[in-house]
Design a protein. Sequence first.
Length: 265
Amino acid sequence: MDKQQSGGNRLGKYYELATKYFDTFEGRHLYLRLLSWQWILWAISGICFVGAICMSLWLRTRPWIASIYVAEVLFLSMGFALVHHRKKRLDERFGLNDENRSTRFRAMQKMHLQFLTNKQATDFAGIVKEIADLRSNLDRFSPPKINYFRLIYDPDAKARMISITLASLALFVASASRTTDAELLNLLELTAHPAFGGYLKNLLWIAVAIFAIGVGMYYSYLESKAFILSWMARLGKNKKANELALEYFVTALIEQHDPTPLDKK
C-alpha cells in the first residue's frame, strides 16, 4: 500500500511539473482573451463555414460555394493570426528574434525542462520511462473503463468483419444455387433489368456516404475533444485535461533528450 501511494504521489508530482511546463509554452497568457474580437470573428467564420457547406449540400446552388470559400479563408486567416500572436508573445518573453530562433527556442525548452526536473538532458529518457511505468501500473490496477465507440465499431475486428461479409456472400450464393428454376429466372430478370445497375450504384454510394460521414464525425469528435481539452488544460478547469499537459511534457522530454554524456562532449 505504501509503495502504491508513493507511486501515486510521484505521478502527481509529474502532473504538477507538466502543468507548469505546459503553462510556460502553451498557457492562456500567450493567447488573446477569449472574448476578444479576433476569437469572436474566428468562431463566427467557423460556424459560417460549416453552415455554408451544409446549405450547399442541401440546396445545391452555386452562390453557397462562394460563401464556403469566403468563410474558409476568413477562418484560416484568423487562426493564423491567433497562432502568430502566441509566437510573438513567446519571442517577447524569451528574447527571441528571427536569427536562429528555432535553435534558441529549443535551448530555452531544454533549460526549462532541466530546471523543472532538476535533471540533465541525458536523464530525460529515464524520466519518460518512469512516467510510462507509473501510468501503465495505474491503468493496470484501476477499474476498467467502457469505450462506448468500441461497442459499435472495433478497429481491431476488421478481420472478423471481413470474414463475416465473405461468409454472408457465400451463404447468398449457396441459397441462390438451390432455388427453383422459376425463382432463379426471377432473380436473373431482376439483375438484367435496366434500372438494376442504377439501384445498385445508388446503394453503393449511400453505403460509402454513410461510412465517410461516420468516419468524418468520429475524427471531428477526436479533433474537437483535443481542442477542448487543450483549452481546459490552459484554463485549469479539469483535472482530467492535465493528461494533455503530461503528454506535451513527455513529448518535450523525448525531443530534448541528449544521449551524449557531458564528459564526452
